[in-house]
Design a binder for this molecule. Structure first.
Ligand SMILES: [Zn+2]
Length: 265
């Protein structure tokens, strides 16, 4: 079993912010830490700084939004008319909530191309009404052709799950990842390098979540009837920005799953 030296909590972003949402903060507005040796005046000034910082980071998003909307209209005067007409996405994207993996930007997809669901460590739990509703809607009503489960190396959720520590409300959520470890314990325990073991756990977690998608009635029934959607397992790498296709063997998984979980009547 992996023992983590540092309590990772959730991943803390240090990478470049999204281009259109870049927040430029004035030096005067940078929040400062309070210190017990500060005078009352210092504390008062710090409170003003943080208030200014919060206002600026809020306003910046609206400025960015205005520029983005104007850019789209400049490129295509009918852009918003088309957007308002309805959605017909080809992909359902199930990814991690990590702020560094914006589905559309890393894949070049445009608004309207992907129906997106994100949660901590890209899990597909059968008791999670949220992800189950997303799959049901995407498959039955939007009739997506591809379902992508995308994890990422360096996933804080996966690391947190392997931390031998009580994480409160997050325990039951992260336990799903511990279950993935248990299912693949032999393979993972045989990997001596801790980092490599984590990376493999990230991949195996994606693989197991693909299997969980295949267990749903929506997927099985749609595939039997239409021949789609098909499932893909991908892993994003921060180091070079590349997506790795795990080449999940969808047909074999489906066949395997349906021995026990067949819901096609
Ligand atoms: Zn993550």
């Amino acid at each position: 079993m992996i023992v983590v030296r540092h309590y990772p909590v959730l991943p803390r972003t240090t990478s470049t912010p999204l281009p259109r949402l870049r927040l430029t903060i004035l030096p005067s507005a940078t929040p400062r830490r309070f210190c017990s040796s500060h005078t009352a005046d210092d504390k008062d000034r710090s409170k003003k700084d943080i208030t200014m910082y919060l206002q600026e980071t809020h306003d910046k998003v609206f400025e960015n939004n205005k520029s983005w909307a104007a850019e789209q209209v400049a490129k295509d005067p009918d852009f918003f008319k088309k957007l308002a007409a309805g959605q017909n996405p080809e992909y359902l994207w199930i990814g991690c909530s990590d702020s560094r993996i914006p589905a559309e930007q890393i894949t070049g997809l445009q608004p309207g191309d992907a129906f997106v669901h994100r949660n901590i460590a890209n899990l597909v739990c059968n008791t999670d009404l949220n992800v189950m509703s997303v799959i049901e809607y995407a498959v039955k009503h939007l009739q997506v052709k591809h379902i992508v489960v995308c994890g990422h190396y360096g996933c804080g959720g996966v690391k947190a799950a392997m931390t031998p520590k009580d994480l409160g409300l997050m325990n039951p959520w992260l336990r799903n990842i511990r279950d993935v470890y248990r299912l693949h314990e032999k393979e993972l325990d045989a990997i001596a390098d801790e980092e490599a073991r984590y990376e493999r756990l990230v991949e195996l977690n994606v693989y197991e979540q693909c299997r969980n998608v295949v267990k749903t009635a929506a997927l099985q029934q749609s595939y039997a009837e239409n021949g789609f959607p098909i499932i893909h397992g991908w892993v994003f790498n921060f180091r070079d920005g590349m997506l790795k296709d795990l080449n999940v063997d969808f047909k074999t998984i489906l066949k395997d799953i349906q021995k026990i979980y067949n819901l096609t009547n």
